[in-house]
Design a protein around this ligand. Sequence first.
Ligand code: ZN
Length: 89
Amino acid sequence: MSEPIAHEVEGGNECEHVLIHISEYLDSEMTPEDEQRMRAHLAHCSPCLAELSAEEIIKNLVRRTCTERAPEALRARIHAQLTVMTSGD
Ligand SMILES: [Zn+2]
């Protein structure tokens, strides 16, 4: 399930890197180097942090309810709430 992470991306693509590997990060499937890189980016990028938080919340909800995946409506609502919370920055 975890694919090798390409390291040739430019600095401007850090957000993309985070978004692509969010689930690996949450599942602790990343190498320590990639996890460190992810953390470093999340420390100063609130959109990515919001995205990560939303994914984590959804993941926990799904795990608790034993459904295969979160309903799109729920997913959208969590995303919207987190976006509002972090946009005032
Ligand atoms: Zn970012």
